[in-house]
Design a protein around this ligand. Sequence first.
Ligand SMILES: NC(=O)c1ccc[n+]([C@@H]2O[C@H](COP(=O)([O-])OP(=O)(O)OC[C@H]3O[C@@H](n4cnc5c(N)ncnc54)[C@H](OP(=O)(O)O)[C@@H]3O)[C@@H](O)[C@H]2O)c1
Length: 287
Amino acid sequence: MKILVTGASGNVGNYVVKELLKMGEKVVAAGTNTEKLQTMFDNKVEATKLDFTDRSTFKSALYEIDRVFLMRPPHLGKPEDLFPFIDAMKANNIKLVCFLSLMGVENNTIPPHHKIEKYIETLEIPFAHIRPGFFMENISGIHSVEIRERDEIFIPAGRSKTSFIASEDIGLSIAVALHTPELHKNTAYTITGGEALDYYQVAQIISKVTGRRIVYKKPGFLKYRRYYIKKRGLDKSYVNVTVALYFMTRMGTAKKVTDEFYKLTGKRPKSFEAFVKENVLCFCSKP
Ligand SMILES: NC(=O)c1ccc[n+]([C@@H]2O[C@H](COP(=O)([O-])OP(=O)(O)OC[C@H]3O[C@@H](n4cnc5c(N)ncnc54)[C@H](OP(=O)(O)O)[C@@H]3O)[C@@H](O)[C@H]2O)c1
């Protein structure tokens, strides 16, 4: 039998595919664009079309599948968007679904991940919820533009701390759970990096690695929201979700540090400094 990896082209999914292949598993990479997946993985994995909003794609995606990595594409804001596919997993007698959730959702009903976890549990599909802290890739990705162009970090997180984790480490945790499903049946893991940093410390580390002076601007929510919608042109609902997340971060919800990554994988999580060194080009403008 094979493992289906949804969101296989995404930050986490691509590492789940790579780690499972190293473990000798048969992997099917899923997404709405199979050509992109074939190119990404050098034609080394089977690729299948899966669109959570199109039920006609479910049957072929779940063919010969007994375990699933499930992620929620960020633009699918309603938990119910994923329910039809979860129903299809139930009908397929899945041995383990490993859902990419979010740190703290067990006590927070607002993010869609909460209802998705509960729906999986209600259907009694064996599960391993992986609840990571904020991804380091948020800094090298969406928030890198201001670092490259203005030497500024423009995030409304106040003085709060965040226990950033690398997507690579999240992907490894998920692969471990899917590779040994009996050991991880009906569990939940909160996985974080090894330290909680505030954004002044994030700026210091990026300054040290790039050799430039990067400043944390600490904008208020309104200024951040206006800038990201009007200047960056990002989708309003996406920006609103990030405002809510940074609001929660300011309440201290992102600072917890756990040792669950070590317990799952026997490895120490990547440090933020090591991540910045590996991804230094994301923070530098082209010559
Ligand atoms: N960023 C953070 O700090 C953080 C922290 C904790 C949890 N999370 C959660 O992590 C998840 C995002 O993971 P990620 O960053 O790995 O994803 P990502 O890089 O944003 O990639 C999104 C993936 O979704 C696929 N996709 C898009 N539309 C789809 C559809 N209609 N049906 C099926 N697949 C579709 C895309 O593949 P195609 O283009 O091929 O369709 C792509 O692989 C979110 O649920 C987020 O809340 C994020």
